[in-house]
Design a protein around this ligand. Structure first.
Ligand code: BGC
Length: 345
């Protein structure tokens, strides 16, 4: 009995502390959406794609959007979060950078602020909004299967280099899991497995080492995103090789490589859809609702999983039609003919 009442006293005290800290945090806490992006260069998406999409979706939903970028720095991530929390946040939408998100989620929770892990999983977040990462990986594996078949090569004996994203990003393992499920089933084997990274320049260096290790015999490369694929393709180009390469993000460079036949396909994950899903969720959380999710992560986090779109050269025009790529950016000098051939105009 005594124990129970002590617990309830502690609970009441904690609740009033929460309310107090909520008040102390500022006057407009409920309408400020605090967003932290991870970096400005790993995927060519966060600044040019997600920022404007989130800004638009949140503003239209009636939020004041405070969007900052941690610039590949875990301590900067923490500092930004502290500053945002002291100004006040009605919701936090965080794209993790190398695990820095988890501590921020804890701090936000202690102040009663709902947290949404955006695109990358974060332990303890209330929700996770992303494209279905395992399906993204399956699409990447399928690119290698289809690319090798089109090249008339037997996947069972093909020399395939496997690469992946930064292991500190929970997505990287999901992409790889999906890709391996398809590649293993097709009987593929890795001739060389590269260290995981989201740093495009590093991916290039690692691929050069892999290339040397397999004595230049490369039939295909499993690449986790367009940015890494572009560095890998530059080295393949230098060595006069054109082989199946996977990717994701429907970035300008990725779409151009797809059009040029240097990358088998890319996975298109429209930022506008992801940002809208996050802002709708934020509104619902603010109203105290508990929206349902169509999936959950292994740790039980509800996961609003969106459908990615595998995009080969003939489908690049759909990305343009959706407003997520511009003909002027894609169809530059050496790509113009491929644009014409694939109806990109
Ligand atoms: C995202 C990818 C992106 C990569 C590097 C992943 O978490 O899902 O779209 O290319 O990070 O920024």
């Amino acid at each position: 009995m005594k124990k129970t009442s002590l617990i309830s006293i502690v609970a009441v005290a904690a609740a009033s502390a929460l309310m107090l800290s909520g008040c102390a945090a500022g006057t407009s806490t409920s309408t400020r959406a605090c967003v932290i992006l991870p970096d400005a260069d790993s995927g060519t998406r966060w600044e040019p794609g997600d920022r404007p999409a989130l800004e638009k979706a949140l503003t239209e939903a009636g939020y004041e959007a405070d969007i900052q970028n941690a610039q590949s720095d875990t301590s900067k991530f923490a500092t930004i979060a502290d500053q945002q929390l002291s100004k006040g946040c009605g919701v936090m939408i965080l794209v993790d950078f190398q695990g820095a998100g988890a501590a921020v989620v804890e701090k936000a929770k202690a102040q009663g602020i709902p947290t949404i892990a955006y695109d990358r999983p974060i332990a303890g977040a209330d929700y996770y909004v992303s494209f279905d990462n395992e399906v993204v990986g399956q699409m990447q594996g399928q690119m290698i299967v289809d690319g090798l078949a089109a090249a008339g090569k037997d996947i069972k004996t093909a020399s395939i280099i496997y690469s992946s994203g930064d292991p500190a990003d929970g997505n990287a393992a999901m992409f790889l899991k999906g890709a391996l499920s398809v590649l293993d089933a097709a009987g593929a084997k890795a001739a060389f497995t590269m260290e995981g990274t989201w740093d495009g320049a590093k991916a290039g260096t690692l691929f050069e080492q892999a290339f040397t290790a397999v004595k230049g015999k490369v039939d295909a490369v499993l690449a986790p995103n367009d940015n890494n694929a572009a560095s890998i393709i530059a080295i393949l180009d230098k060595n006069g090789l054109t082989v199946p390469v996977s990717g994701q993000d429907a970035s300008v460079a990725g779409l151009q490589n797809v059009l040029l036949g240097k990358q088998t396909a890319t996975v298109y994950k429209p930022f506008t859809i992801e940002a809208k899903a996050a802002s709708e969720l934020a509104i619902a959380l603010l109203k105290g609702e508990k929206p349902s999710a169509n999936k959950s992560l292994e740790d039980g986090t509800p996961f609003i999983a969106l459908d990615p779109i595998s995009t080969t050269a003939d489908k690049v025009k759909d990305v343009v039609a959706a407003g997520d790529a511009k003909v002027a950016d894609l169809c530059t000098a050496d790509v113009a003919a491929a644009c014409e051939a694939n109806g990109v105009k």
